[in-house]
Design a binder for this molecule. Sequence first.
Ligand SMILES: Nc1nc2c(ncn2[C@@H]2O[C@H](COP(=O)(O)OP(=O)(O)OP(=O)(O)O)[C@@H](O)[C@H]2O)c(=O)[nH]1
Ligand SMILES: [Mg+2]
Length: 476
Amino acid sequence: MTLSSTDQVPKFAVIGRVNEGKSSVVSTLTENDRIAVGPDPGTTEISERFDVRGDGYDLFSLIDTPGFEEPERVLAWLKQRGETAAERRAAIHDFVKTFSGTEEFAAECQLLKPIIDGAAVIYVVSSKHPFRPGFEAEMEILRWTGAPRLALINKSDGADYSFDWKSALSQYFNIVKEFDALRGGFVDRMQLLEALRIMNDDSAVALDRAIQILSRIQLRRLHRSVDVIARLLGDMLTFRMKLSEAEAASPNKNAVIDRFHDCLRTIETNARSEIEQLFNFSRIERNEHEFTKPIYEKDLFAEETWQFLGQPRWVLITLGTLAGGALGGAVDIKTAGFSGFLATPIGMLLGAVSAATATAGEPEAKIKGTNLAGRVVAIGPHKDPNFSWVILDRALLHFRALLARTHAVRAAMQVVGKEKIGLVHGLESANLLALGKIMGKIKKSESPEKYHDFAVTVLKPVIWELARKFSALPKS
Ligand SMILES: Nc1nc2c(ncn2[C@@H]2O[C@H](COP(=O)(O)OP(=O)(O)OP(=O)(O)O)[C@@H](O)[C@H]2O)c(=O)[nH]1
Ligand SMILES: [Mg+2]
């Protein structure tokens, strides 16, 4: 369903010098990770329009363009033809008409054509390069177009010349804004749309609607992500694998366990892909090299995963006891702290139990088997008490990495920060207890569906908190 004609859909040409991050801005704002972005100047050679659609509406379009190559020569040509204000726009038209299809000024023709066709301008500069008067020629050319113009300082790491840029840009552009194409979250993107809306009255209604629809879609994605993670927990915690006839007849324990683990890995990988697709990521690379894999990307059953993720043993036992109602939830395991907690009689008791029962244990040693007439016919579910926490932790880490990523990033996904630590033990005690309880119930249940809605209710505040931290939560 398209309610508006194409003419009413706001169009923005993203313009600037080569390699300033124009295509990165287009990728991030259009949530398109297939646009060519690269370190070599001149990656984009022809202008290309990318449409943003949502809930059946055309919302806005961005046009990715090649960088200015010879702005001084172009300006000199224009100056010979446009002496008065009235003549300047006509001179731009003449320029494109004269040089289109020729070898001269190919990049400039490509980038000016969309403006002639009615696009407003987003002029991109990188904060890491200092402002030089050489840039004034291209800014002047853009002023001659008479189109509404917003300047975007693409913030990057390292040197930051934003301050110098601002004073120069404000002389040529209606609005100057900072934006980080590699990190800008949903909220930052909406703020940019709001700035574009202010810049150009003609597109105000359309952009208001775009912000409204995109916010609705974002909320829906967050809800669906909670749903996928809740389903992942249910599926993994109750997963049982039937042995084939051949496996049951001559059991090879290791081979069967390997297949069991492969099935669990597949469930996890599918859930991750489902969430990535919800957020329009189509080709996130997974780094296969063991040493550079982020923790959540390390194999689910790698020893390191089990060391850093999930819960320490003492927390597992405490949580088990609390969830079982023995302490009535009266002890706050977070504020009690490990050492202080151990000094209490309950803590000493639990410490002793922990020391007596905790085994470093291979995760695969804890799989339940089902016997029938003396033959193992199925195995599962996974019995390790930390299993549920490890898969939850991995799901949260993956989700966090996704929220921290924009569609302009082409590198393999990494956990934010290099801390070798999961997320579950940073959760609020109330959330921890509720999660422990629900995961315990799911594990014991034959049908995880029974607890799905409950799991969704418990997971939602955790996912919402992450979304808020990463500017991914729309304004209500
Ligand atoms: N550190 C950092 N790098 C960035 C940022 N934005 C873009 N880059 C990198 O800068 C390089 C150029 O980015 P592009 O988006 O292709 O730049 P462009 O202006 O479209 O370049 P051309 O098409 O060649 O004119 C790529 O390697 C990007 O990953 C940023 O905000 N921070
Ligand atoms: Mg480009």
